[in-house]
Design a protein around this ligand. Structure first.
Ligand SMILES: CC(C)(COP(=O)(O)OP(=O)(O)OC[C@H]1O[C@@H](n2cnc3c(N)ncnc32)[C@H](O)[C@@H]1OP(=O)(O)O)[C@@H](O)C(=O)NCCC(=O)NCCS
Length: 149
């Protein structure tokens, strides 16, 4: 898959929401949420494009010298083809350029794919939130992972 990475503009909120809905999140974000987030200073994101098809996205927030990944996802049919890695690389470059020294994120303890992706970028354990995620199968802990950038 030939993937390119482009910035998400607030006008692309519908596209971002459609992608988020197609990924299978328990609580996907709607277009209004994306538009609001992308309007906040320090919050930005990228889309992964396979030709003219959006196949993944990442959003982050930078506040002073700390940044957080808010969401990252790839369409199920496009997984394991490098889009997630490219999105993470682009986000790490962007937050470092914006002045962040540390990048944080939260991930469900049972999310093997995402944890595999983050470990590839040498994120390490920074904490745990008990029962943070509500899922159909009951509450699931969140791992807090961090990385110096
Ligand atoms: C996590 C996610 C974004 C990964 O996206 P992706 O485009 O498939 O990732 P890549 O193809 O770039 O994979 C890069 C590396 O991550 C790791 N990885 C990805 N999927 C994995 C899996 N299912 N199991 C274990 N490791 C995995 C591997 O190290 C992989 O490298 P490799 O394929 O050379 O072995 C994707 O699975 C997804 O959208 N999941 C649902 C949404 C989600 O849970 N997001 C994170 C929480 S907000």
């Amino acid at each position: 898959m030939n993937v390119s990475i482009i910035p998400i503009e607030p006008a692309m909120a519908e596209v971002a929401a459609a992608l988020h809905a197609a990924v299978g999140f328990h609580e996907p974000w709607d277009a209004r949420s994306f538009a609001e987030l992308l309007g906040i200073e320090g919050t930005a994101g990228h889309l992964a494009m396979a030709g003219d098809e959006p196949v993944g996205l990442i959003l982050w927030r930078v506040a002073a010298d700390e940044a957080e990944i808010l969401t990252v996802c790839t369409l199920p049919k496009r997984r394991r083809a490098g889009a997630g890695r490219m999105l993470m690389e682009a986000a790490i470059t962007a937050v470092a350029a914006a002045g962040a020294r540390r990048l944080l994120l939260e991930v469900a303890v049972d999310n093997t794919a995402a944890i595999g992706l983050y470990r590839e970028f040498h994120f390490t354990d920074a904490g745990r939130r008990r029962g943070y995620y509500r899922t159909h199968g009951g509450p699931v802990d969140a791992l807090i992972l961090s990385k110096d950038v």
